[in-house]
Write a protein that binds this ligand. Structure first.
Ligand code: F6R
Length: 587
């Protein structure tokens, strides 16, 4: 959700380091891009609509040992060169990630004092406010502006006459890394050079003043604060497609490993005694997250079927404003690949204030939700660069399965996960089925995914993935609901994909397939059952390996592959779907 980066280097090619960092941050937004370089006491800025690579030809000409850059996911103001960051005023240049909620009021105030606004962004107030507060001391000007800003913001500020830069964090992630190339501050670790194996995670309300001699940290009242550097695991942060045509395919291929590594990470790093006492002490468990993370919560709620606690799944953006009445021992399980999703972090903060216990299930061990949680259950999926979540979903399912079984036979749960991980490759090898399903999706105006029980939860994720990367309209329904309204949408241009792996309701689902067929709709089935049904002649069936209740892993995997292949067939870029970005750090 916008990526920002600033650096000071020992050579005068800081802009090149920023450019390379932006390429690795592009998953956070890619509608416009800009870089400012500070050299010889002057700031030079280039910015453009479009992707980071659009700046390639200008980077060599941007000389200076200090630079800042931004890759944008538009919130206020259309994607355009003028709305692209950095925004400049006087001697200052600023890049911003987040949303400044009181920008309208600040803008009016600054206009009344004679400032002229060029863009439609909320961010431009930040640079003007800093310039307005400048009396010769950059740190003081930034702090005076920061206390006036409401909302979420990570800023990198360059100032002519100051050989370094200032970084500010409030509810938008920012990490500082020191390495041979220089000192960097960026929205996320992948933006830092490979050699930065120690990072300092800035806290909300921190200002970092970064010069050649190092980073010094202050709060908004200019008191010095101490922040410790920590080692960071860089494995898998490579922005390299590894021979695959897209990151999405590379990452789908890493799904089995995400399950295996998550199992390994669980037994290596989780305090099982503490986790057991949190789970067994809960009389209510709320699973929460957004998008695909929420979808993994839907399935996980079924993993907790044996628990005596009441289990519910809530969308984090709803939960934070409409919290249910809490019971005495509420346990919140917050699921987030990035650990930085504003809605999930907001929900967790709210529950922490009310005394609930929180488990964070996340792929990012230094993220905001890990700092709010009582305990972290790691997802060890490695860096996920494709905007759509793929392997992290399977890592989340594995982490949640172990958590749900921590008070039962967790060793057995581990062996079940290891067995299912071995079957991902069988699904990958079923390319004919995948092509057939993708061809049907590509030829349809709308695709409805249906199933019952846990198969419905898989359908929800399959539908999100397909619409996200192909832009084909799609929705998910419990198969029994079809006749209560959705059937009205069925015609020759619509496709129903049925997930049928729950024995208890298999026959009922087959009836729903007939309901679609006899109204002229198209249908396809994904199942782990052997039985053939003659009445369904002509309906493509994808038989995935039979793994009992672990079928959710394989059916969801198969349908994520279908989403990928559909997108490619119709010429979409699956790695960078339109209008979207990863790490949604704004509300
Ligand atoms: C879908 C997708 C999003 C994310 C959601 C939550 O493919 O990627 O729906 O799952 O934005 O993100 P995290 O897990 O980082 O909180």
């Amino acid at each position: 959700m916008c990526g920002i980066i600033g650096c000071i280097t020992s050579d005068d090619c800081a802009a090149k380091s920023v450019y390379e960092g932006l390429l690795r941050l592009e998953y956070r937004g890619y509608d416009s891009v800009g870089i400012s370089a500070l050299g010889g006491g002057k700031i030079v800025t280039v910015k453009k609509s479009g992707r980071v690579s659009g700046l390639a030809e200008y980077v060599g000409g941007l000389k200076g040992n200090v630079a800042a850059g931004h890759t944008r996911w538009a919130t206020h103001g259309a994607p355009s060169g003028v709305n692209a960051h950095p925004h400049c005023e006087g001697r200052f240049s600023v890049v911003h990630n987040g949303i400044i909620e009181n920008y309208a009021e600040l803008r009016d105030e600054l206009i009344s004092r004679g400032y002229e606004f060029r863009s439609e962004t909320d961010s431009e107030v930040a640079v003007k406010l800093i310039a307005d507060n400048f009396r010769g001391d950059v740190l003081a000007a930034v702090a005076a502006a920061a206390v006036r800003l409401r909302g979420s913001f990570a800023l990198v500020v360059l100032c002519e006459g100051f050989e370094g830069f200032v970084a500010v964090r409030n509810r938008s992630s920012l990490v500082v890394g020191v390495c041979e190339e220089g000192i960097f501050a960026a929205s996320d670790v992948p933006a830092l050079p490979e050699s930065a194996d120690e990072i300092t995670v800035m806290e909300d309300g921190d200002i970092a003043v970064i010069t050649r001699s190092g980073a010094q940290y202050f709060d908004f009242c200019l008191n010095t604060v101490t922040r410790r550097a920590r080692r960071v695991e860089r494995d898998g942060f490579t922005a390299d497609k590894g021979g695959y045509p897209h990151f999405m395919l590379k990452e789908l291929n890493q799904s089995a490993r995400a399950v295996e590594d998550t199992v390994e990470g669980f037994f290596r790093s989780v305090d099982l005694g503490r986790l057991r006492s949190l789970v067994s002490g809960a009389d209510e468990i709320i699973l929460t997250g957004c998008g695909t993370a929420y979808n993994s919560g839907l399935i996980a709620a079924r993993f907790f079927g044996e628990s005596s606690a009441r289990v519910r799944v809530e969308i984090a953006s709803e939960l934070r404003y409409y919290p249910p009445k809490m019971s005495k021992n509420t346990l919140v399980i917050a699921i987030s690949q990035s650990g930085e999703t504003a809605d999930t972090v907001g929900a967790v903060s709210l529950f922490r204030q009310t005394g609930a216990q929180v488990i964070a299930v996340t792929n990012c061990g230094y993220s905001a939700i890990t700092r709010l949680a009582n305990i972290v259950v790691p997802v060890c999926a490695g860096a996920e660069i494709c905007v759509a979540a793929t392997k992290s979903y399977f890592g989340q399912l594995a982490a949640l399965y172990l958590t749900a079984n921590v008070c039962a036979d967790v060793a057995f749960a581990k062996s079940q996960l290891r067995s299912v991980a071995l079957q991902f490759s069988s699904v990958l090898s079923q390319t004919a089925e995948c092509e057939c399903f993708a061809g049907m999706c590509a030829a349809s105006r709308a695709v409805f995914f249906m199933g019952r029980g846990a198969d419905y939860d898989v359908a929800v994720e399959a539908s999100l993935k397909l619409k996200e990367v192909s832009y084909i309209f799609s929705d998910a329904y419990p198969a029994g609901e079809l006749k209560h309204g959705t059937l009205a949408l069925i015609d020759g241009d619509t496709l129903g994909i049925f997930v049928i792996c729950q024995e208890r309701t298999a026959e009922k689902c087959i009836s729903a397939v007939h309901e679609v067929l006899c109204r002229g709709g198209k249908a396809a089935i994904i199942t782990d059952m052997e039985a053939e049904d003659d009445s369904l002649d002509g309906v493509p069936v994808w038989r995935i390996p039979r793994v009992g209740k672990m079928s959710v892993f394989l059916s969801a995997f198969a349908l994520q592959l279908v989403a990928y292949r559909t997108a490619v067939k119709i010429g979409r870029d699956p790695d960078k779907p339109r209008n979207l970005a990863k790490s949604v750090t704004v509300e």
